[in-house]
Design a protein around this ligand. Structure first.
Ligand SMILES: [Zn+2]
Length: 156
C-alpha cells in the first residue's frame, strides 16, 4: 500500500472497498449458487440495469404460497451476481410476503445503511454497497426482479 493511502480519506475509502468486495460477496460472485434456468418455474421475470449493463432473469417455483426453489441467469457485474446468489438461498422457504419484506430490508440496508432483524448472516454483506450509490442498482436488481415476477403483487 503506497503512501497515497495514508490520509484519513484514503483509509476510509480502502476500508469501504474492502467491505464492498467482502469474502462473502467474492465467494458468491465467483461461485454463484442456483445459477441455472429452472424448468419447473411457475414465475419468472427479467430486468436490466442500464447503468452497469446487468441483465438478469429470475425463476421461481412457488407451491402453496411458499417459494420452493429460486434460480437465476445473469450477465452482469460481480455485485449483481453475488446479490442474486444470496437472494436465491435466502428466499427459499419464504412466503411471497416474506420475500417482499426481505427485499425491502435489503433495500433499506443498501440505500440508508439501516440494518434490520430480517437481514442476517451472509445477507449483511450486501450492506457494503451503502457508501457507493452508483453501485446500489447492481445489488438491488435481483430483488426488484423477484418482486416483478410476483406482479401483480398481493398486499405488498
Ligand atoms: Zn452491476
Amino acid at each position: 500500500m503506497g503512501p497515497q493511502f495514508q490520509t484519513n480519506l484514503g483509509n476510509t475509502m480502502t476500508e469501504d472497498i474492502a467491505k464492498l468486495y467482502s469474502p462473502v460477496i467474492r465467494d458468491h460472485a465467483n461461485q454463484p449458487r442456483n445459477c441455472r434456468r429452472l424448468l419447473s418455474a411457475n414465475f419468472r421475470a427479467s430486468s436490466k440495469n442500464p447503468l452497469c449493463g446487468d441483465c438478469i432473469t429470475v425463476f421461481l417455483r412457488v407451491e402453496d404460497g411458499i417459494v420452493r426453489e429460486v434460480s437465476f441467469e445473469s450477465f452482469g457485474c460481480a455485485l449483481c451476481r453475488a446479490s442474486a446468489s444470496l437472494l436465491s438461498e435466502a428466499a427459499q422457504g419464504l412466503t411471497w410476503q416474506g420475500v417482499c419484506e426481505l427485499g425491502r430490508a435489503v433495500e433499506a440496508m443498501a440505500t440508508q445503511g439501516r440494518t434490520s432483524s430480517l437481514c442476517q448472516g451472509e445477507l449483511l454483506a450486501l450492506g457494503g454497497v451503502h457508501p457507493f450509490p452508483a453501485r446500489i442498482p447492481c445489488v438491488l436488481l435481483p430483488w426488484q426482479t423477484v418482486l416483478e415476477a410476483f406482479d401483480p403483487k398481493p398486499s405488498c
